[in-house]
Design a protein around this ligand. Sequence first.
Ligand code: GLA
Ligand code: ZN
Length: 663
Amino acid sequence: MGIHFGVDYYPEHWPRERWETDAKLMREMGVQVVRMAEFSWFKMEPRKGEFCFEWLEEAVALLGAHGIRTVLGTPTAAPPAWIIEENPEIQPIDRQGRRRHFGGRHHDCQSNEAYRAHIKRFVTAMSQRFADNPHVIGWQIDNELGNSHGDLCMCDSCRARFQRWLEQKYGTVERLNDAWGTAFWSQGYNSFSQVGTPLITAVGENPSAMLDWKCFCSDLIVDFAKWQADIIRENCPRHFITHNYMCFDDKVNYYDLGTLLDFVSNDIYPAGHWQKQPHQPEYELAACHDVVRSYKKQPFWMMEQQAGMAGWEVMGRALEPGQMSAWAMQSVAHGADAVVFFRWRSCAMGTEQYWHGILGHSGRPGRIYEEAKALTHRFTGHMDALEGSMPCPEVAIVHNFRQNYALQIQPNHPRLRYVEQLYKYYKPFYDGRIPVDFVQDTDDLSGYRLVIAPLQYLMTPELERHYMEYVADGGHLVLTMRTGVKDADNICMTERALPGKLGELCGIEVPEYDCLLETVGGVQYDGGDYETEKWCDIISLDGAHAIAEYTTGFYRGTPAITENAYGKGAVWYVGTEPGTELMAALSEYIIKKSGVQALGTAPDGVEMMTRQKDQKIWLFVINHTGKERTYRLNGTYTLLEGEKEGVLAPYEVQLWERFEKAE
Ligand code: GLA
Ligand code: ZN
């Protein structure tokens, strides 16, 4: 496509006379694309059926005259007041049974037929209007689907739809009763029509029902997106369709949603005011990019890359000189083909007045503008070459939405979070300059030397077989505590001791366990003492050998981490949550044992990542600190971009290349 840098632009927030200046400044900055209109329903249809696309066409044409293309957003995350007046029932109902009202955004129920009819009318008109516009290249459906829907909608329409979904899944209500274990607390149903949405109860909830509810909500969001995707596909066969994801966010299964899209896009705000201070750590950002790439196993777009201080009522930290560029190129290093900065200019009104852009409120180009300009001028050419290239990691971490849902419903330990565990297992690889893919548990794993599958809580016979075959064929696998605990319906396994059939693979049994409530645990590993957290599986060996033993609890002296040879491969079982030091030491050992290669060596704050296409490999080295840093690469590369080989200026990004010999 040849499009690599852009901005999110809201011309409707500014006087018409300003647009020309904006377009000129954008062109000089190296902007090739803008995303527009994703919240502008009222501007485009101020009254039912009265379409006003002229202003948008004018903006598209004006930008087009400066060589800037447009991605259009459908504004369905912000239905205007007249729609709410006509159909107040589209406003969602929360878990307390309260209606969530107009005045913010995402005030829409995604199953409501009246709302779908409004969408059909509007998206049909909009897509027909822009289908042949020479400057429009694609569409973003809605905006951050699943955002602002903490509880999702529990209205009558959603309830009826949930019942239909359950009927399709179970066929008879007896099967539902079985799957949900409704014998407990007299929860049996006589018919699907008795099943409700999970409105707040007097006390307690059914974990199996909750798991179905979360999966239903995800399916509903995918269906909601498809409603629009089908219309746009029909009217705009030349255009791509994408959607802006939010990293590991979980309201909608992003793998499923990806099947509707030509490619996935992502939004990232490392220094948002809600993030860890002073900003979200780079290893977490790297993991976000890796999972986003993995949703479709394709390069992606950054549809919103943080360009300035972020905040609504309160603000996060200002970006240091060079920091925005380093984060933008981090996105590219992990697979972004295009980076669109949010937003062009800080907005003067509304909720997001303090969500700063490339330009400040005054609209005058300043520090951030100059930095963005230098960035595009340096990297646009390289990104033409990089387009379509992909990292080729030897390591994969298994990621699954259902596991996340089940552990949200019952975290087991009050502070256990699925995504946090993924980050913890990811970090040593990031620190070791070893690229990682995320994979689904149904994927072919044979291409990876090492697979880490944290918290395989819900288990099926197929998944057991999958892991056993992977290791038997020579794979290296890491399994952890809380594996094989439940069946697919979220009901406890009863046939064997934990971790079920995988006990044969691991050479262990877990007859008992301990939850480290408000305390930590300890293990001895390789002659050292280490802290562990949250959980201790009490393990008996059945062929495996222990590589770490507990030093705390009545089970002190028993195995905490085990290693087992199985077929041509090896498997480790980690029965507790390693603290940071133990995680680093253990990973180092596993990396060595599985023969995984690092890209180089460097101090903290320096990131390395590769992308590859045909015979060519690009290696990015990124300094995420405000200090000079040195590094060494493993292997021979040629420097494409950078001041000084092996030395990084503050926040500098260097790019290397290497050609692989044809086999
Ligand atoms: C999200 C949304 C944007 C904007 C930014 C800043 O990522 O997609 O519309 O609201 O956050 O709040
Ligand atoms: Zn609803």
